[in-house]
Design a protein around this ligand. Structure first.
Ligand SMILES: *Cc1c(COP(=O)(O)O)cnc(C)c1O
Length: 403
């Protein structure tokens, strides 16, 4: 086989379909968030980033940077091993305690990423619990799907956020069979939020465990910011809460929290946990500092929600079609892969505004969009410039607005 030709052909397909991915080459500037340096075609420019998942700018918070530098000076660069073989640093222990307490659970476990925490936890449960049936929301993240797919569990997919469909599927399975319902709280592409209490109620009726990915809610929802489970008062009804330290927390890593026995079980049987080196101590220290700050500062969440609501309202008034988001995410619909990419290029080149196009397979074909994520640090002047730029680009490219 001509491997090189094979690779080139498959990449050619992506180009033809208009969904070849080009990464924006950015240099983030601590203290200048949400502005960054963009390197492109031998030129460099300052740009305003409107699509970061550093939702609250915590990745550049002085308390977080200080904690990271201090721990690196104190403990060095790496952890020095897997958690079992010399790699457990005191900062990991402190971070796991903090996460358990924050999410109102008795125990927590950290992973090298949110992706690994989903894949490992769901995969381990599916492999270890004999005859497990997993009920998975149709729009679950790839990391959950991969965990379930590579396990021995039987998979059932319920219509997105549809509790009646979930109940229909739960009722179709042997009442004695072990069951798990896997879903997300905030869905990051549309910005809708799961009916968590209702999902808990049907899961309880059928004796199913619940697993909730709070990745796009961690730091941002609830009085102390631990997620939608906290906001909706259902933390004790979710068996396993999962989250990331890489989005609103601003660092890197993932976690689960729940009962001591469940956490100990994943710690003891989860291969993606056992066989991978521990996070650097500096990363754990930075995440810890970020969480401690977020717990104490609800005003950052109020400002965040206000920024998102203001942007949605202003775009609606101008007729920009949006997915009906009830969260901090502002998806502006384009509906065509090539046009979506052109709009993004145009914003960057002519307006120095960076919003990455979101195309298939991240979203279904025909629903291509610009996914805008306002943060508490996007001020009114930046928003004025974003809106003027969108109006200009939509006109320039003839993209459809609401009738
Ligand atoms: C980003 C993401 C993850 C993966 O988390 P990382 O910490 O980035 O690996 C998991 N679930 C959802 C819904 C995500 O958007």
């Amino acid at each position: 086989m001509d491997f090189e030709q094979f690779f080139a052909d498959r990449i050619g397909d992506l180009h033809r379909e208009g969904r070849y991915r080009i990464f924006a080459d950015l240099e983030r500037k601590a203290g200048a968030f949400p502005n960054a340096r963009n390197y492109r075609n031998g030129e460099e420019h300052d740009v305003t980033v409107w699509c970061s998942n550093d939702y609250l700018g915590m990745g550049q918070h002085p308390a977080v940077i200080d904690a990271m530098c201090e721990a690196a000076r104190k403990c060095g660069a790496g952890a020095g091993g897997t958690r079992n073989i010399s790699g457990t640093n005191h900062y990991h222990v402190l971070l796991e305690k903090e996460l358990a307490d924050w999410t109102r659970k008795e125990a927590a476990l950290i992973f090298t990423s949110g992706y690994v925490s989903n894949q490992t936890t769901l995969g381990t449960l599916g492999n270890q619990i004999p005859g497990l049936h997993i009920f998975s929301d149709a729009l679950n993240h790839n990391s959950m799907i991969e965990g379930i797919r590579h396990s021995k569990a039987q998979k059932h997919i319920f219509r997105h956020n549809d509790v009646a469909d979930l109940e229909r599927l739960l009722a179709s399975v042997d009442p004695a069979a072990p069951k798990l319902v896997a879903f997300e709280s905030v869905y990051s592409m549309d910005g809708d939020i799961a009916p968590m209490a209702d999902i808990c109620t049907v899961a309880e009726t059928y004796g199913a465990m619940t697993f909730c990915d709070e990745v796009h809610a961690v730091g941002m929802y609830g009085e102390t910011g631990s997620g939608v489970a906290e906001r909706d008062g259902v933390s004790d009804r979710i068996t396993i809460l999962q989250g990331t330290l890489a989005k609103a927390v601003g660092v890197i890593g993932g976690y689960i929290s729940g009962s001591p026995a469940m956490v100990d079980f994943i710690r003891s049987f989860g291969q993606g946990f056992i066989f991978s080196s521990a996070l650097p101590p500096s990363v754990a220290a930075a995440a810890l500092a970020s969480i401690r700050y977020l717990r104490e500062h609800n005003e950052i969440r109020l400002r965040h929600q206000e920024r998102a609501a203001t942007l949605k309202r202003r775009l609606s008034a101008l007729g920009f079609p949006q997915a009906p988001s009830v969260s901090h995410i502002v998806p502006v619909m384009v509906g065509d892969a090539a046009l979506c990419k052109q709009a993004s290029d145009d914003l960057l080149q002519r307006h120095r505004i960076y919003v990455q196009p979101i195309n298939y397979p991240t979203v279904p074909k025909g629903t291509e969009r610009l996914r805008i994520t306002p943060t508490p640090l996007h001020d009114d002047a930046m928003m004025d410039r974003l809106i003027a730029a969108l109006v200009d680009v939509w006109g320039h490219l003839g993209i459809k607005k609401a009738a």
